[in-house]
Write a protein that binds this ligand. Structure first.
Ligand SMILES: [Zn+2]
Length: 377
């Protein structure tokens, strides 16, 4: 489609001043041409009556390199799950990034950006940082500098199973390398060692902790359920804290307690991969629904998976609803329900409302397409 109007949607994009007001949105040649109370004409009509319209979602933590451990096709984790832009979190490294780029990134409808793994093999086998021979700092920097259009940061996993006897050293190298090339480093935290307190000390402004609310020992809460001092200090320096739900990395109890302590997340992501995309994670809208039930506001949640990640990673034209921006949208309803949903550690929560994906509109160049979500499947 080259020209169409999304009619009567309740538009939410707080960064652009939209807080649920009913608007029409005119799209022409893949870009937003106008947003107004009423737009006459404009070609094909997409009726969004009774629905909310947000910018296309941006999921900053997925695994969409099918040749790597746990990876799935970008469109399965992106468009088909109501997310127009996804970041691959470290599936590829300096040795296989070009294969990932030419065979998947460039062929998918979903916009894919990359957080390059410090390990040159990426996540091909797991335990990717347990040996210095898997790290080639110069080559990583070379690849990052060669593809600034697509590589928007770095990734390293700080778990005992990943770093083995190397401990904190690979994470220190990753932080140094990312800071040298001026990109954010996303660090996965899980089972220690290395300890989260030590990892946090390495991070600086714009770096990201993903799986920030995991329920394993050694997380962001002290024994008396306060936020650890290192996390408070890291946040003051500009380090960001991301949900990264995943199969073993999100605990309702930890998140609720962190909210009580004033330590809400900065960004919301799924960690979608082959072991969780059919549950308990499903998609970003499902993760957002859980956070809404736990006290996050709808406006904040939308911001944290649209304009915040777009600004953080410099994703031009994405994550906002304004004239000239890329015509990526989610059309969803927010419906009452009574549904039991699980976190990653087996706790359950009753959702009283949930976001239901209706249509995802995505644009490339001057063409736009609509993906219809089949509700109930
Ligand atoms: Zn992950």
């Amino acid at each position: 489609m080259r020209e169409f109007v999304i009619r009567h949607g309740k538009v939410i994009s707080p960064v652009n001043g939209y807080h649920g007001e009913e608007k029409d949105i005119l799209v022409r040649d893949g870009k937003i041409a106008e947003i107004a109370d009423r737009i006459e004409g404009g070609g094909e009509v997409i009726d969004a009556e009774g629905c909310i319209v947000t910018p296309g979602f941006i999921d900053i933590h997925t695994h969409c390199y099918p040749k790597a451990f746990l990876g799935l096709d970008p469109d399965v984790l992106g468009i088909q799950r109501g997310t127009t832009t996804i970041l691959d979190a470290g599936s590829s490294g300096a040795d296989n990034y070009e294969d990932f780029r030419s065979n998947y990134i460039e062929k998918s409808k979903t916009k894919v950006f990359t957080l390059l793994n410090l390990s040159k093999e990426g996540l091909i086998r797991g335990h990717e940082l347990d040996d210095m021979s898997k790290i080639d700092v110069e080559k990583a920097k070379e690849v990052i500098r060669k593809y600034p259009d697509n590589i928007v940061g770095m990734k390293a996993r700080a778990s005992a199973s990943v770093v083995g006897e190397m401990g904190l050293e690979p994470i220190a190298i990753a932080a140094r390398t990312a800071h040298e090339v001026g990109k954010p480093l996303m660090v996965h935290v899980g089972n220690y060692p290395p300890a989260l307190t030590d990892v946090l000390k390495l991070l600086d402004r714009n770096d990201i902790i993903t799986h920030a609310y995991h329920g394993k020992p050694g997380g962001i809460l002290t024994e008396d359920k306060k936020i650890i001092e290192e996390a408070q200090k890291a946040r003051e320096r500009g380090v960001k804290f991301d949900v990264g739900h995943g199969v073993a990395s999100f605990s309702y109890r930890v998140f609720e307690q962190a909210m009580r302590e004033g330590f809400d997340c900065d960004m919301i992501s799924t960690d979608l991969h082959v072991e969780n995309y059919e549950g308990p994670v499903y998609n970003l809208a499902a993760v957002v629904s859980k956070l809404l039930e736990l006290g996050e506001s709808l406006e904040d949640a939308v911001t944290k998976c649209t304009s915040v990640p777009a600004a953080h990673f410099g994703l031009e034209g994405l994550g906002e609803l304004a004239e000239g921006k890329t015509a990526d949208f989610n059309i969803m309803s927010f419906e009452p329900c009574s549904e039991e949903v699980q976190d990653s550690i087996g706790d359950s929560l009753t959702l009283n409302n949930r976001l239901v994906l209706k249509k995802t509109i995505y644009s490339r160049g001057n063409e736009s397409e609509v993906f219809e979500h089949i509700v109930g499947e």
